[in-house]
Design a protein around this ligand. Structure first.
Ligand code: DGJ
Length: 697
């Protein structure tokens, strides 16, 4: 059993870790332990109430509470902040004192702890679920208003994760911008709060919802505490070191510009925050996350994604039946399995400031609808996929002319158009119904196996005139609307595969992975820049969802083989203008596609080892190893650097110590132990890459 209460101590056990907290003599939940496994509760420290140091440092202020209300003498980053008007007093109260009320064991791995405010009938359920095999803990919270008053929730986090006290951690996170997503950052965490967040209504290009803390860890060694939030809207991760050297990370909906009204009896439930501990460095942390996503979150688990061609960088808005059939024919000849037509196909979409919202084929570009193109694609032996941007509308569209009140804006205020477009308010049920209806019609009429769901701007002027509650609920309700539309379409068309895209990697998170099997991680398709973008992405997302195209970006300098090898370490796609590719390039492409088909099962189902980081030198290497260690593939890349010695020593990982292996290009058969300890040499020139297969013999 994973959880139990004995003397009001609660344990969450995973295969290799233990997480423990208790109820202290004050009736508060107090964090006790999170780290390597302690099998027996007798090994867990008991709760102690800190002593009052001065009137400025009272015990409550120093208690590492699992979840704390804003109120009393608690000055640390609160988990929950509410206000409520009390008519009997004629005042607004902003004070919360959460104490333990009851615990319920839901199943072997799931626990619910109910806290209540002392005077006010507000219940807070803290949900904990251990995922033993993945060494992850999942937490979420629901708040119920049991009073007659209306409560305003100003902040509610999904979890506060408390780390071992009195240590000096480095905080790892990712920053970025459009076309430069998922860049790793490492900085010492000192007293105060460091926040990373999204305020843009999508997950954002600017920070990724991933955190990690460590004192002395590397890629494959050392203790790391890490986590993420399964949410695709505004989020925050607040990493705090208190005055008493307690380090904690609060993760949840962003409280920026946020408010949530809870009427009598109403319940608000947060998304899940996941976190884990490992003694095996960042690599092990990522593998725990990858395995969890692959085996528990994705809608179509274990599928092998077809090699796709996407028309965007070849034809931009200039699509029509003839141009697409021409590309499709060339794509099929190189072994592509799915042809995706990107932006530009729908009514009046001549440039980027018209047409969004009118999801029917443009009559001039496609006089016979999409049927002609789709049957040609099918005849070439490929499936067909289509681009959509459901959440958007151009003022120059029939949809906007019919429903100008559906867009997010404030009346009588200027509204910002970005890329000439406005955002439909997906919090509104009529907008949701329109989208489900319109997209369902398309999917019913045409044989479409794949949809790329794009979202090309961030929110501005976040007004919602017809809001039934507080208009600031938009932040949460919009994202719930996206999930509702996507979920309904996925239910009606269960075989369709969806890709999440927001101008590249603006919507990459564990929340969207419940609907999307793939993520388009960046509009930057230049292979050298892509190395660090892909490395960052894989910190918390598996390569099995990472769509990567080979395009013409950088073609003058970066060889086609290198560009292929970079994309082949995820879901291979091709996005160059094939009409401009020479015969020898088309032949090389066909060879690469054929090779990819022999290794993609390792990328989908294997374990990723990031052997050499693009942040640390001119040579990058990554290995995907079958779970049973029977085979592996290593990708090695060298970027341009003058005077670098051209040899890299690659030390593979994850092989079976006493099995014998052959490594491509090495004229020796050695044991797994041998290869993993002494490695092998690879010689590479500038902008050269190699794909090396390792096979047990
Ligand atoms: C942004 C996406 O990231 C691109 O791949 C492409 O689909 C364009 N939008 C189309 O407008």
């Amino acid at each position: 059993m994973s959880t139990f209460d004995q003397n009001q101590t609660y344990l969450l056990q995973t295969d290799h870790t233990t997480y423990a907290f208790a109820v202290n003599a004050d009736g508060r939940t107090q964090h006790l332990y999170w780290g390597p496994k302690i099998a027996d509760a007798a090994g867990i420290p008991s709760p102690v109430i800190p002593t009052e140091r001065s009137s400025f440092d009272m015990p409550h202020h120093q208690t590492p509470e699992e979840y704390s209300g804003y109120g009393g003498v608690n000055y640390t980053d609160p988990s929950l902040k509410i206000s409520f008007g009390d008519p009997s007093l004629g005042t607004t109260v902003r004070d919360l004192d959460l104490r333990f009320f009851e615990a319920s064991q839901i199943d072997d791995h799931t626990l619910r702890i109910t806290l209540r405010d002392q005077l006010f009938t507000l219940s807070v359920d803290l949900h904990y679920r251990a995922h033993p095999k993945y060494d992850l803990i999942e937490r979420w919270v629901s708040i119920r208003n049991d009073s007659d008053l209306e409560i305003q929730v100003e902040r509610v986090v999904s979890a506060r994760w408390i780390l071992p006290i009195e240590r000096r951690y480095d905080f790892h996170h990712m920053h970025g911008r459009h076309a430069e997503e998922f860049q790793r950052v490492q900085e010492p965490l000192t007293y105060g709060i460091k926040r990373i967040e999204s305020k843009r209504v999508t997950t954002s290009h600017h920070h990724a919802p991933w955190w990690a803390l460590e004192e002395a860890a590397g890629e494959e060694f050392g203790e790391v505490w890490f986590g993420t939030l399964a949410w695709s809207g505004n989020w925050m991760i607040n990493a705090e070191v208190t005055d008493y050297d307690s380090t904690r990370v609060s993760v949840g909906w962003n409280d920026w510009d946020s408010a949530y009204k809870l009427k009598k009896g109403a319940v608000a439930t947060t998304p899940s925050a996941f976190a884990g501990y490992t003694g095996g460095g960042f690599g092990a942390a990522s593998r725990q996350m990858h395995a969890y996503v692959n085996e528990n979150i994705l809608p179509h688990k274990g599928i092998t994604h077809p090699v796709l061609y996407n028309s965007w960088e070849a034809t931009y808005f200039d699509v029509d039946e003839t141009s697409q059939i021409e590309l499709a024919k060339k794509a099929a000849a190189m072994g592509v399995e799915l042809f995706v037509m990107d932006d530009g196909w729908f009514h009046n979409r001549v440039v980027d400031n018209a047409g969004l919202g009118d999801w029917r084929p443009d009559a001039k570009k496609f006089p016979n609808g999409l049927g002609g193109l789709i049957s040609a694609v099918k005849k070439f032996g490929m499936d067909f996929g289509l681009w959509l941007e459901p959440e958007m509308v151009n003022p120059d569209s029939d949809l906007y002319r019919a429903h100008p009140d559906w867009v997010i804006s404030f009346p009588n205020r200027p509204r910002t158009e970005a890329r000439g477009q406005l955002i439909l308010n997906l919090a509104m049920s009529e907008v949701q119904a329109y989208l489900v209806d319109t997209i369902a019609k398309l999917l019913a009429e045409y044989d479409i196996s794949f949809i790329k769901w794009d979202m090309n701007r961030n929110i501005s002027e976040p007004g919602w005139q017809t809001s039934p509650g507080d208009a600031r609920e938009l932040w949460v309700r919009y994202t719930e609307g996206v999930y509702a539309v996507w979920g309904e379409l996925a239910r009606r068309f269960p075989t369709v595969i969806w890709q999440s895209c927001s101008g590249g990697g603006g919507r990459a998170d564990w929340g969207i992975l419940r609907y999307a099997d793939q993520v388009w991680i960046s509009d930057n398709t230049e292979a050298v820049s892509r190395l660090s973008i892909q490395e960052g992405f894989t910190q918390f997302m598996p390569a099995s969802v990472m769509e990567a195209w080979v395009t013409d970006w950088g073609a003058a300098k970066v060889p086609l083989g290198f560009r292929f090898d970079v994309s082949m370490s995820g879901i291979l796609g091709i996005g160059g203008n094939l009409n401009h590719w020479r015969e020898d390039e088309l032949t090389l492409a066909a060879e690469k596609v054929a090779l990819y088909k022999t290794i993609r099962h390792l990328i989908v189902g294997g374990d990723l080892y990031r052997l050499l980081s693009p942040r640390e030198g001119a040579i990058t290497a990554a290995q995907y190893t079958a779970k049973d260690g029977s085979e592996a593939v290593v990708f090695v890349y060298r970027v341009f650097q003058i005077d670098l010695k051209p040899v890299a020593i690659i030390t593979p990982r994850g092989l079976v110590a006493d099995r014998m292996y052959r490594v491509d290009g090495q004229n020796q058969i050695r044991s797994g132990e041998g290869w993993m300890n002494s490695g092998f040499r690879v010689t590479l020139g500038n902008l050269e890459s190699k794909i090396i297969k390792i096979e047990a013999v």
